[in-house]
Design a protein around this ligand. Structure first.
Ligand code: PMP
Length: 288
């Protein structure tokens, strides 16, 4: 595997960074997870834009232009023949002193890994997955905004541990007010009649790229798409529920906190949206 590291493609064994990088010492940095389908990088511009928004929010200067970064992602995919894969793009704060001060770090480091995708097992797409409510509250928006896709994922990891301990695949994370925010690594949607509902990002969700694509596709399909504040009650009483994410795509949730959601199997509207999403993803993207 060839890794992109600060402007060069290097063999995996040579892709090393300093132990003084604040990305390692403090989780100080930002990242993106991106998919390629059929030789095209899906929604690459949207991912790059979000990376820059995340970086701006944490006062991190990305030492490359957007076009340069887009070209670097495509080049790394090409070098690894990643035609249907997963790309991890990381920008760390860079090498500094042991103190917190980010301004001791002279230059951010840019890392691109083009690899294979680890999906949920196929049977979960066919039958749906189960979730529980996490006791770990999503980061307060004025602590570290969940809109920032930062290298510090401990909030999500604490929640993921709860899912694993409960023997389920994912969790529903609530915000400090008790409203639904998102899953540990995916956005949450419910369907109620012809309405497709998802929490606004101000409730503590990442503005998922898949989320935005799904909202557009649902609107085109004639659904009434709304961002709205949701409680667990709304989720329990949904006709259908699903999660979205770059890796997961669209996956049904059939049980939450031992309550059966809707018919207890992936719903017709979720499946129809999945078909639309896959068709869209297969056709669109930046050529590798
Ligand atoms: N929320 C969180 C916390 C995430 O880490 C992710 C990405 N895995 C998502 C939502 C979904 O975002 P996207 O569709 O851009 O992958």
């Amino acid at each position: 595997m060839k890794i992109y590291l600060n402007g060069k493609l290097v063999p995996e064994k040579d892709a090393k960074i300093s132990v003084f990088d604040h990305g390692l010492l403090y989780g100080d940095g930002v990242f993106e997870g991106i998919r390629s389908y059929n030789g095209r990088v899906f929604m690459l511009d949207a991912h790059i834009d979000r990376l820059y928004r995340s970086a701006l929010a944490i006062a991190l200067e990305i030492p490359m232009s957007k076009t340069g970064l887009i070209a670097a992602v495509v080049k790394t995919c090409k070098a690894n023949d990643t035609m249907n894969g997963y790309v991890r793009l990381v920008v760390t704060r860079g090498v500094g002193t042991l103190g917190l001060n980010p301004y001791t770090c002279k230059k951010g480091q840019v890392i691109i890994i083009a690899a294979n995708i680890q999906l949920y097992p196929q049977e979960l797409y066919a039958h749906g997955l189960q979730v529980v409510t996490s006791g770990t509250i999503r980061n307060h928006t004025e602590s570290l905004s969940p809109c920032v896709k930062s290298l510090n994922y401990l909030n999500n990891i604490m929640a993921k541990i709860e899912a694993i301990n409960a023997g389920v695949e994912e969790v529903v994370m609530l915000n400090q007010q008790g409203f639904v925010a998102e899953a540990s690594g995916d956005n949450i949607f419910i369907i109620k009649g012809n309405q497709l509902l998802t929490p606004p990002v101000s409730c503590g969700a990442l503005e998922g790229v898949t989320r935005n694509v799904v909202m557009d596709l649902a609107q085109q399909a004639g659904m009434d798409v709304r961002e709205c504040v949701l409680t667990r009650y709304d989720l329990y009483n949904a006709d259908e529920m699903f999660l979205t994410g770059t890796a997961a795509e669209i996956i049904s949730v059939i049980k939450m906190d031992r309550r059966t959601i809707g018919g207890g199997k992936p719903g017709a509207k979720t499946l129809a949206l999945t078909t639309r999403f896959r068709a869209f993803a297969a056709r669109n993207g930046t050529p590798i």
